[in-house]
Design a protein around this ligand. Structure first.
Ligand code: NAD
Ligand code: WQD
Length: 364
């Protein structure tokens, strides 16, 4: 299939590109590089031996986006582009609503205009709010307590209405649990800017010596060891879930799937396992709970397993071993590549989709 991947230079997007290319799909990437760079795309090319066409373009820029749709004939779109930090969403709620909600609407308008009505959308387990029961299946009530979650749930509602009003649309909503890990090669992985807000990149950066200790948010939850429990899923398993979703999308209507493993691990289990795979001590201290956190959250992945013939394969040790391989090979993330003199800056000419010879910035 010919697939437009928005946000394809990001953490989950770049891993999904590898899996799509390995399955012989054709991909075109649109990314404004606000939370990434061209370097992951170069590495995807290296891993797959295939070239990646991409545009430095904002999904909110309808005029530029329409040129991408004119240039390429797509069968489907996977929409990753968006903002994802819960804490930041309290500081910039309008930015989150505009990017995540309006960005999706601009994309859907273009998809309708160009007759591309197959969409896979990145949603989040955050839409389940505080679960009343575990494991969480897709029929559980939704509720949100932060602007980021609100933006995801709002898009889910809009997409459901869109599919209800026009049955030509096939829309697959994927609710990710906690994506972690990296490609087993250690070539691509998660590269957060500044201080990581998620636990796994934080532990990885303690292991590499960037921070002194992990601050464990709460040791008095009603869980086995008192620390928060989550359903961590290997990013490659998650990426393969997208390949399955795209391959099942024709005539599917609107579908919503959890992508998780169905197993929960506590923060203390993560720290102990990371020590084992990295052979490094991970100092930690137990601190106050983080506002808004729930004690435990894990999925029932049964629906995706049955309907998409998809199942997460990697266990927690693989997730953390691959995280460590990525972190130790790239202590400064993709910035190591910038330091080696490669110019990764996206210049404005790359965005000039008017100019024929620069209609796309091909990764060299
Ligand atoms: P990421 O930040 O690594 O990737 C997002 C990509 O989108 C980045 O490359 C960024 O530059 C790009 N982007 C942002 N705004 C854009 C815009 N206006 N136009 C074009 N490109 C834009 O994030 P990720 O972890 O890969 O997440 C991908 C998607 O999955 C997001 O929608 C996120 O909300 C969702 N999600 C992520 C997680 C997680 O824990 N990582 C969990 C659940 C859902
Ligand atoms: C995991 C556990 C923390 C940091 C978030 C979003 C969710 C989704 C995934 C996008 C919890 C504990 C954390 C730290 C800690 N993203 N923790 N010390 O909160 O489950 O989910 O990311 O959609 O929407 O809310 O993930 O990695 O932040 O936390 O003790 O420094 O680690 O309390 O128990 P979370 P997380």
């Amino acid at each position: 299939m010919n697939i437009l991947v928005t946000g394809g230079a990001g953490y989950i997007g770049s891993h999904t590109l590898v899996e799509l290319l390995n399955e012989n799909h054709n991909v075109v990437v649109v990314d404004n590089f606000s939370n990434s760079s061209e370097e992951p795309l170069r590495r995807v090319e290296k891993l797959t031996g295939k070239s990646v066409r991409y545009y430095a373009c904002d999904v909110l820029d309808k005029a530029q986006m329409s040129k991408v749709f004119i240039r390429h004939k797509f069968d489907a779109v996977i929409h990753f582009a968006g903002l994802k930090a819960v804490g930041e969403s309290f500081e910039q709620p309008l930015n989150y609503f505009t990017t995540n909600i309006s960005g999706t609407l601009v994309l859907c308008e273009l998809m309708a205009e160009f007759g591309v009505k197959n969409l896979v959308f990145s949603s989040s387990a955050t839409v389940y709010g505080t679960p009343r029961q575990l494991p969480i299946d897709e029929s559980f009530p939704t509720s949100v307590n932060n602007p980021y979650g609100q933006s995801k749930l709002s898009v889910e509602f809009l997409l459901k209405d869109l599919a209800r009003c026009d049955e030509d649309w096939n829309i697959t909503i994927l609710r990710y649990f906690n994506p972690v890990g990296a490609h087993p090669s250690g070539e691509i992985g998660e590269d957060p800017k500044g201080v990581p807000s998620n636990i796994l990149p934080y532990i990885a950066q303690v292991a590499i010596g960037k921070f002194d200790e992990v601050k464990v948010f709460g040791g008095d939850y009603d869980t086995e060891d008192g620390t928060g429990v989550r359903d961590y899923i290997h990013v490659v398993d998650l990426a393969r879930g997208h390949v399955k979703a795209i391959e099942h999308i024709k005539h599917s209507g609107l579908k919503t799937y959890n992508l998780g493993t169905g197993k929960g691990y506590s923060v203390m289990e993560l720290i102990a396992t990371y020590e084992k795979v990295s052979q490094r001590a991970i100092p930690f201290s137990i601190c106050a709970r983080r506002e808004g956190d729930v004690a435990a959250c894990y999925s029932s992945p049964d629906y995706a397993e049955k309907s998409l013939a998809w199942k997460a394969c990697y266990g927690i040790e693989d997730m953390l071993r691959h995280s460590w391989r990525w972190q130790s090979k790239n202590p400064d993330g993709y910035r190591c590549a910038y330091d080696s003199g490669i110019d990764n800056k996206v210049n404005s000419t790359n965005s000039d989709i008017n100019s024929n010879d620069k209609i796309y910035a091909r990764v060299v």
